[in-house]
Design a protein around this ligand. Sequence first.
Ligand SMILES: Cc1cc2nc3c(=O)[nH]c(=O)nc-3n(C[C@H](O)[C@H](O)[C@H](O)COP(=O)(O)OP(=O)(O)OC[C@H]3O[C@@H](n4cnc5c(N)ncnc54)[C@H](O)[C@@H]3O)c2cc1C
Length: 387
Amino acid sequence: MSTSTFDLFQLPDEYEELRAAVRTVAEEKIALFAADVDEQSRFPTEAYDALRATDFHAPHIGEEYGGVGADALATCIVIEEVARVCASTSLIPAVNKLGTMPLILAGCDEVKQRYLPPVARGEAMFSYGLSEREAGSDTASMRTRAVADGDSWVLTGQKSWITNAGASRYYTVMAVTDPDGPRGRNVTAFVVEEGDEGFTVGEPERKLGIKGSPTRELFFDGVRLGDDRRVGNVGDGLKIALRTLDHTRVTIGAQAVGIAQGALDHALAYVKERRQFGKAIAEFQGIQFMLADMAMTLAAARQMVYAAAAKSERDDPDLSFFGAAAKCYASDVAMQITTDAVQLLGGAGYVRDHPLERMMRDAKITQIYEGTNQIQRMVMARHLLRT
Ligand SMILES: Cc1cc2nc3c(=O)[nH]c(=O)nc-3n(C[C@H](O)[C@H](O)[C@H](O)COP(=O)(O)OP(=O)(O)OC[C@H]3O[C@@H](n4cnc5c(N)ncnc54)[C@H](O)[C@@H]3O)c2cc1C
């Protein structure tokens, strides 16, 4: 074997160098604006510019499309380090991957050549439209329709809670193309462009967290799409959408790890400074045990996410299980750690002078999107019972 046992479970140097580079950008160019972005519920323009200047905005896009070709683990490290200071901003690289993954997995070369380079250059963002008002967990019950009409398709319907909608130029949209066809095998994926006639977006949702990432509905009122907008085969849309999520749930795990690390780092600094009963609160064993549990579960979550990222890169057959497990475990850990971090700061944790209450609000979404953690457990169980 070429790999020595001493190299196992340790990231190669280039990944640690990448982490250091992203951390510098995150701390110097992104952290500064995180509180304001949250307070104003505004798109993190300064952070997007900083990510574009350093090619961290869509790092997963291959060199053949003008991207930097980061593998799945490197992409996770970028998302993790950005999320450590601003979860909203981490949705820029994460959702650029989510939106483009259907094309990468199933698009013909012409579609990839048309849409991936502008994202790689930082000229356009890409959103992903699967969920609908009446079709959240039960994606196969979607109602948006694309009806064939000559050489083109006419798209009618609605999508809900679409991340970065309004800020993105491109949208992968899943629509039923054969209403009488077999459930789940009657959906096709398309690219919709900002400016397509009949395509509009709703008002931004008013959310608990990730307030810097716009979430809006999409509306399609007879949008005419050429067949060159189709991604993959007719009828394969849901399969492509779900395989996309196998890969991108790993990135949500990375986002959760980053949010949790940010909260732990902040809490650690605070408990060493804050004095009660004549000593730093870090000296109390009750506090130390909380810190130890936080760091222990965070280390386990990070290992799961990185192992799942390696499986994503290799496209392993058990990626469904590991993607779901990494996202589910890391997001539950992030919710626990951010809640405990607020507790460690006492009253200071509950007010906006410190970033902990924001981190706790931001962590919650990682248990919900890209499939709730109940759905992740269904995905894991399905895999266990099949094999
Ligand atoms: C901020 C935000 C951003 C989002 N971004 C996107 C995006 O970019 N693109 C996109 O397509 N979607 C996006 N979503 C949608 C998200 O993926 C869905 O909200 C999520 O999948 C859950 O669907 P739902 O909200 O309809 O909940 P429901 O499906 O109505 O679920 C409600 C509750 O029932 C539980 N439940 C449902 N079915 C079962 C079951 N069989 N067994 C046990 N429990 C069950 C769920 O776990 C949940 O607790 C986003 C959502 C939010 C809030």
